[in-house]
Design a protein around this ligand. Structure first.
Ligand code: NAP
Length: 229
């Protein structure tokens, strides 16, 4: 197994890399900060199951132009004679752009992570409006290990959707639209549960509206909604 984990130096991405490494995968970590990449590499290497496994780090900003990102990754892989892996990864990227990946035996898994206890989540919480924070608090927070395990399991099984817990399952069913299914059973489950889940989602939306209304009233009263926290 070969994994290229973008965002692999922290949080969910790092835990996905660890999960794959534990199963014998070769890992390429992609992120911007080189120091954090090296720290993550050391952490991942502790889970090695055979002496042939490699953790490679590539420092690149993936929000740049596609060809620049491709060049950096290609050069890095070629510089260490890792050419074999350039072609599989290129095939994944190009065929994904063409949206015709199935004949190439390439599967795409779309993950719906719940609120997950990561450095990124902690950073985001510092600037979240109170309304968003209160809505987030209506569900429990997951560990990145738990989320990574589920994503890797779904990806290995070729599942299009990957979700954690009952809320995640409901959300992925409600938003399945024209997404592909892995089995007839999965499609039938979506057809049967769609109406019920939509009904439940209306109660959720009602309670979210209440939170927002309460914050608005508090703001009007005190000039700040923080009294509701
Ligand atoms: N945690 C949650 O509750 C949650 C819930 C739903 C969805 N998500 C999504 O899941 C993803 C991972 O979240 P997380 O909480 O695990 O985040 P995290 O702990 O902040 O980790 C983000 C990783 O992405 C890398 N990264 C960020 N920008 C990059 C860029 N432009 N180019 C290359 N690498 C970049 C970071 O390293 P550098 O900064 O060094 O580049 C780091 O390795 C995010 O897309 C997030 O929106 C998270």
């Amino acid at each position: 197994m070969m994994l290229q984990a973008a965002g692999g130096s922290s949080g969910i991405g790092k835990c996905i890399a660890i999960e794959c490494y534990k199963q014998g995968a070769f890992i390429t970590l992609v992120a911007r900060n080189e120091e954090r990449l090296l720290q993550a590499k050391k952490e991942i290497e502790k889970h090695c199951i055979n002496d042939k496994q490699v953790v490679l780090c590539i420092s690149v900003d993936v929000s740049q132009d596609y060809s620049q990102v491709e060049n950096v990754i290609k050069q890095k892989l070629m510089s260490i004679n890792y050419l074999g892996s350039v072609y599989p990864s290129r095939a994944v990227i190009t065929t994904m752009k063409e949206r015709r990946v199935k004949p190439y035996n390439v599967y795409v898994t779309v993950a719906y992570p719940p609120d997950t206890d990561t450095p990124g989540f902690a950073e985001e919480n510092k600037t979240k409006p109170l309304e968003t924070r209160l809505i987030s608090e209506t569900t429990s927070i997951c560990t990145p290990e738990q989320v990574a395990k589920q994503i890797v399991k779904d990806a290995i099984q070729g599942n299009f959707n990957s979700s954690v817990g009952s809320d995640g399952y409901m959300l992925s069913s409600l938003t399945c639209g024209m997404s592909p299914v892995t089995s007839i059973t999965e499609g039938l489950q979506q057809v049967v549960t769609m109406g019920l889940f939509r009904m439940i989602s209306l109660f959720y939306l009602g309670s979210f509206d209440n939170i927002i209304r309460r914050c608005m009233i508090e703001r009007a009263k005190y000039g700040t909604a923080d009294k509701t926290a």
